[in-house]
Design a protein around this ligand. Structure first.
Ligand code: ADP
Ligand code: ASP
Ligand code: MG
Length: 416
């Protein structure tokens, strides 16, 4: 019997009507003879609301960081509600279902509250339940640390819970049901000509996800790749029996027959650019700046340094997530005298647009097409960064949509 982990995101369980449809999809798989475990997210918007209660203006705990263990107690509660509601709905339909919270399984994590890493998912209790014919409905996004305290895995990490459960229940496939019927060449909300990809490699999906494509959370793809979990993205907005379509299969590069140079365009508005002017130009300066940021656990993404034409000073620009901008500025400013720069500036009106494709490894000219398409639309590039399979540019946030559409057309992605 093939085991199946079905994960439903926030929009799929947004209200009771949608939960009933999800229950029908689960029931159809059970009726077809599959052993099914389900992972659910909180109802759409609920996690944002819970986060705002902990950290917004006038919040219960204004100023309490998301690294606080009580933050997790609050924000993990959304998944408990949807797991219970789905289990009830299935019971009403005559199925033997039960909700599972992370501590009951358990899904053990480290104690990095707000962004905990999974250490182990014990399969035994889930397998025993499934062997008795039960459908486990697992609350995603949450775990339990070594001290028995609740933890959460980071925003969007319901996908990660699902992949981790599928890896623990191996052999099992993991279907991620969401509000689009697969992974597209770019966000279909921005470019209506975006095309669904039948297959995408783990590596490309990982880049797309970490560069902003929300459809899968990046650590879930990383785990699926490492543990070889077969992953498929499908729509939950269909009725059982209706043509589901094939969705998108995330798989090894070798399993993709049709080779493309560029597979997708991603964007992220969660960027802030910090510029330092008049830095001394001698060894050790970058190390001084970035070791301070690393010690504070801040992730720096793009970096560019340029030497002034005259004199011996340099300028440096780097980007961090918007959430981290204030702390990064504070840290760098506190060390201004020691580092020895003259001035600094921050710009939060920037976004990062990226093109991704494994074909870049063997094809020249991808950057030329990108820069040409942006130049034609008058979009100025502020910072560039590349890896083997992606090129990213930082641009004025106002041009995000324009740039995404221009690049989508420039690589012929509307015609694949
Ligand atoms: P869920 O609530 O099911 O977890 P998400 O909102 O996290 O759903 O992810 C689905 C959304 O991802 C889609 O509605 C779509 O707007 C967005 N998205 C961004 N990039 C892509 C892409 N390349 N392909 C498909 N969807 C994308
Ligand atoms: N509910 C969590 C969030 O909104 C996890 C998820 O939906 O994947 O971030
Ligand atoms: Mg999601």
């Amino acid at each position: 019997m093939s085991r199946l982990v079905m994960k439903f995101g926030g929009t799929s369980v947004a209200d009771l009507e949608r939960i009933r449809r999800v229950a029908r999809l689960v029931a159809a798989e059970v009726d077809a003879g599959r052993e099914v475990a389900v992972v659910v997210s909180a109802m759409a918007g609920r996690t944002n609301e819970l986060v705002a209660w902990t950290d917004g203006a006038g919040a219960a705990a204004a100023g309490v960081p998301s690294s606080d263990d009580e933050y997790d107690v609050v924000v993990a509660s959304g998944e408990q509600v949807s797991a219970g509601l789905l289990a009830m709905t299935l019971r009403n339909m005559g199925y033997f279902a039960r909700s599972w919270l992370a501590w009951q399984i358990p899904i053990v994590t480290d104690d990095a509250h707000g962004r905990a890493r999974i250490q182990e998912v014990s399969p035994d209790k889930l397998l025993a339940a499934m062997a008795k014919g039960e459908i486990p409905i697992i609350a995603g996004f949450q775990g339990i640390d070594q001290d028995g305290r609740l933890s959460t895995l980071g925003r969007g990490a319901g996908d990660l819970s699902a992949v981790a459960v599928a890896a623990a229940l191996r052999p099992a496939v993991c279907n991620i049901y969401t509000d689009v019927d697969g992974v597209y060449t770019t966000d279909p909300r921005i470019e209506e000509r975006a095309r669904r990809l039948e297959r995408i490699s783990y590596e490309e999906m990982l880049e797309m996800a970490s560069l902003g494509a929300k459809v899968l959370q990046s650590r879930s793809v990383e785990l699926a790749m490492a543990q070889r979990v077969p992953l498929r993205v499908l729509s939950s907005f269909v009725e059982p029996g209706e043509d589901q379509g094939q969705g998108t299969i995330v798989c090894d590069e070798e399993e993709i027959v049709e080779k493309r140079i560029v597979s997708g365009v991603a964007y992220s508005r969660d960027e802030a650019k910090i510029s330092l002017f008049g830095l001394p130009d001698h060894p050790g300066v970058s190390s001084q700046i970035f070791s301070r940021l690393a010690d504070a656990n801040l992730n720096v993404d793009m970096i560019v340094q340029s030497r002034a034409r005259h004199g011996d000073s340099a300028n440096m620009e780097f980007t961090v997530g918007k959430r981290d901008a204030a702390r990064a500025i504070e840290i760098v400013r506190a060390a201004q005298a020691e580092i020895g720069f003259e001035d600094m500036a921050v710009n939060e009106d920037v976004s990062k647009v990226s093109v991704i494709g494994v074909g870049m490894r063997s094809h020249a000219g991808v950057a030329k097409t990108m820069f040409g398409a942006l130049a034609e639309r008058g979009v100025n590039i502020q910072v560039i960064s590349t890896s083997e399979i992606k090129i990213s540019v930082l641009i004025d946030a106002a041009y995000t949509e324009l740039a995404v559409r221009a690049l989508h057309a420039a690589y012929g992605l509307d015609q694949i």
